[in-house]
Design a protein around this ligand. Structure first.
Ligand SMILES: CC(C)(COP(=O)([O-])OP(=O)([O-])OC[C@H]1O[C@@H](n2cnc3c(N)ncnc32)[C@H](O)[C@@H]1OP(=O)([O-])[O-])[C@@H](O)C(=O)NCCC(=O)NCCSC(=O)C[C@@](C)(O)CC(=O)[O-]
Ligand SMILES: NC(=O)C1=CN([C@@H]2O[C@H](COP(=O)(O)OP(=O)(O)OC[C@H]3O[C@@H](n4cnc5c(N)ncnc54)[C@H](O)[C@@H]3O)[C@@H](O)[C@H]2O)C=CC1
Length: 427
């Protein structure tokens, strides 16, 4: 059997089916269910109808595969479901550079999610806090009394925290947090069930009224960190030397660290890498987005999720740290056949491993954007690929698409208007 090797060049020149075969070959043909990735009807109407309400159809997106990823010494072809051109190309390109420099190094914390129980109508919030702490063992036992599967897997509610808030409109608020190791699940349903189970007991021992009982999407105990170190020589391009590219990336990041206007766009670029993998694996991208942006503002000002710096030898060092509440069981991960196939394609063994892959793609995407923005600008690479979209929007079909796109790039005017003009001349 061929060894799984994600280092592949020239995928852009192949047709989708030839690309599929090439990747299948490069993965050692061990992908059960991989055909779902190229099958537009992978999700049946019956399954879709079981997933959400009032279903009348399916909504499709292109699924690309980013090549070259090596994370903690393991190779990955990364499936990305996304509508935006240049994202998959950029991820593959940066993964190629990072691979030559030892690959991505990622670590993640235990998969701990938190649920909140809001308790109102309490005159002695600090006394209530003490009572909750005194009953911690009973709270944990109650929370862990239903989900046998999770407990047998070594997960479950492992700690509590308590917050007190005073508000002029509603008075004292005591908020009990359940900290739950959710193992390989995203965990929202798991912790919500526990919160609803514990709430009446918490109300009884504090004398309060239990209101909200729901997870927090600021998953600050479920953090993934990823690191790259890149020599300046690897960053040299035809027009810029590596030292200039590295300092350009650092300087671009500094603006995002101090200016929320830039930080929002900078972090959007990171999510360009993260969301497509979250989506392709059937995970909840709203939860990941909410957690990422709340984390980016956790010190009181919205800032960059990445840091780029130079070490003493001049190497470019990039790091990304953020919450990553994703699962490989539960939610849609097992009901959507393409999501199952996506996890198979990457040979993912745990939710933590998936989190590490997703964060690596986020860091790669940020590097690509900063590299382009601080040197030649975003338009050349991105708009050249976007030109095909523009050609399609103007009505090009079949072989016309590539022809019109190339012409738009050659003229330097990637607009629907110009594409219309070119199509008219052609017809
Ligand atoms: C687009 C590139 C990669 C071109 O870059 P290039 O220098 O033209 O690439 P290349 O032709 O030298 O190819 C190098 C490698 O890139 C990959 N590659 C290259 N082209 C393709 C393709 N067509 N299809 C598949 N893979 C491709 C592929 O891995 C290839 O290796 P090979 O296969 O040849 O051995 C570069 O210009 C780039 O990274 N640009 C940045 C793109 C980007 O960030 N896009 C996101 C959209 S913009 C946005 O929304 C976010 C933003 C920018 O606002 C965020 C922010 O402000 O921070
Ligand atoms: N605010 C939010 O983010 C909210 C999100 N959701 C949704 O909740 C869903 C995810 O909830 P989950 O609790 O993950 O799903 P789930 O309830 O479908 O699956 C989790 C359960 O799977 C079982 N399980 C089997 N094998 C396991 C393993 N190896 N590790 C851990 N558990 C295992 C456990 O009993 C566990 O409780 C997503 O679809 C999300 O969209 C729901 C409510 C709110």
């Amino acid at each position: 059997m061929t060894k799984y090797c994600s280092q592949l060049s020239g995928l852009r020149h192949l047709s989708p089916s030839a690309r599929f075969e090439k990747i299948d070959e490069a993965t050692g043909e061990l992908m059960s269910g991989i055909e779902s990735l190229s099958d537009a009807t992978a999700l049946s109407m019956a399954s879709a109808d079981g997933m959400i309400e009032n279903v009348i159809g399916l909504f499709e997106l292109p699924l690309g595969v980013a090549a070259n990823f090596q994370i903690n010494g393991k190779d990955y072809f990364v499936p990305m479901a996304v509508e935006e051109p240049s994202v998959v190309a950029a991820a593959s390109y940066m993964a190629k550079i990072v691979r030559e420099n030892g690959g991505f190094k990622a670590v993640s914390s235990a998969p701990i999610m938190r649920a909140q129980i809001q308790l109102l109508g309490i005159g002695d919030p600090f006394g209530a806090r003490q009572k909750l702490l005194q009953h911690k063992d009973e709270i944990l036992a109650l929370a862990n009394s239903k989900d046998r599967v999770l407990i047998e897997l070594g997960g479950g509610c492992c700690d509590i925290e308590i917050e007190i808030f005073e508000d002029t409109r509603i008075g004292s608020m005591v908020v009990l947090h359940l900290l739950v190791d959710v193992r390989d699940a995203m965990g929202a349903n798991t912790v919500n069930t526990m919160a609803e189970l514990v709430a009446p007991f918490a109300a009884q021992i504090t004398g309060g009224d239990a209101r909200l009982r729901i997870l927090s999407n600021l998953a600050d105990r479920r953090i993934v960190s990823v690191y790259v170190s890149i020599s300046r020589d690897s960053l040299t391009t035809n027009n810029f030397d590596g030292d200039r590219v590295a300092s350009g990336i650092v300087e671009a990041c500094v603006l995002a660290e101090i200016d929320p206007y830039r930080a929002a766009t900078h972090n959007k670029g990171i999510m360009n890498g993260i969301d497509p993998v979250v989506l392709a694996t059937g995970n909840d991208w709203r939860a990941v987005e909410a957690g990422a942006h709340a984390w980016a503002a956790k010190d009181g000002q919205y800032t960059s999720l990445t840091r780029w710096e130079r070490d003493k030898s001049g190497n470019l060092i990039g790091t990304l740290e953020l919450p990553m509440p994703v699962g490989i069981v539960g939610g849609a991960t097992k009901t959507h056949p393409a999501a199952k196939a996506a996890l198979n394609l990457m040979r993912i063994g745990s939710a933590n491993e998936l989190a590490e892959v997703i964060a690596s793609v986020g860091l790669a995407q940020n590097m690509a954007a900063l590299r382009a923005l601080s040197t030649e600008g975003i338009q050349r690479g991105h708009m050249a690929l976007h030109a095909r979209n523009i050609a399609i929007a103007a009505g090009a079909t079949g072989a016309e698409i590539d022809h019109i796109a190339k012409e738009l790039v050659r003229i330097g005017d990637v607009s629907v208007d110009r594409a219309h003009g070119l199509l008219t001349i052609q017809k």
